[in-house]
Design a protein around this ligand. Sequence first.
Ligand code: SF4
Length: 276
Amino acid sequence: MINVTDSFVGHVLNIYLARATDREVLNTKVASGGAVTAILNYALDEGIIDGVVTAKRTNGLEGKAVVARSRKELLATVGNKWSIVPFASRIKTKIEENNLNQVAVVCLPCQAQFFGQMRDFPMLETDFGERIKYIISLFCMGTFAFETFINYLYLNHGIKGRDVRDIVLRGDVIEVYHPEGILKLSIGEIYRYLQVGCLVCTDYTGSWSDISAGVIETKPGWTILLARNKKADELIKNAKKRGYIEVRDGSPFIGEVINGAREKLARSQKNMMCMF
Ligand code: SF4
């Protein structure tokens, strides 16, 4: 029998609620608890990994793939990723340029699938999967078709793309932070500006990852972590033991994650029916 967790969010070994103990990390990541940053900081400090490849927002919604090797560099990468960074094409170069052999990759579920398949089932000489130690996937409901969404913001609300400071999802409302304040948009209104591929994407949590991480509405300020294997579970437990994060049982909250996953699956099925 397939259990409900497996069917909607993939295999999960343990579920945690976690948050950083470092005040600076916590203050920078108020909404999410900063647990991923803190765990990666622990892994870098201990030499478990030699770098983190992640996306960093550069200008408004734009971003680029960067390597972080220290707490300071990690903190510079925080923020929600609402535009997809052409990550996979650049990560190999980043890893080679920085001579990294044990990296953690922080990515979206579609990217986690690519990295996970490459690591677990290497096929090409050009694969670099053996250098990827941890894949950490962030929950994702979609990323924007960049130009279209920027045009929408400017034409309808007078906000220039480069001025967008952050975008936060709160329930059914997306908050766009800009110099004049916060613009609140209903999800229904802006779904049409998501990438077409996102509208048929079925993976909310990143089932190919080692750890999936996200925020749930009933526990703001905490990160919910799905540890999918023993290696990931040990990383979380050891980060706790060394005082980088505080941790609680997250299993009572898995229903909220499953709801997000179910919603995304239903959206995908509906859109597939319209498209084909
Ligand atoms: S919705 Fe799916 S395809 Fe779109 S960015 Fe998220 S994981 Fe990738």
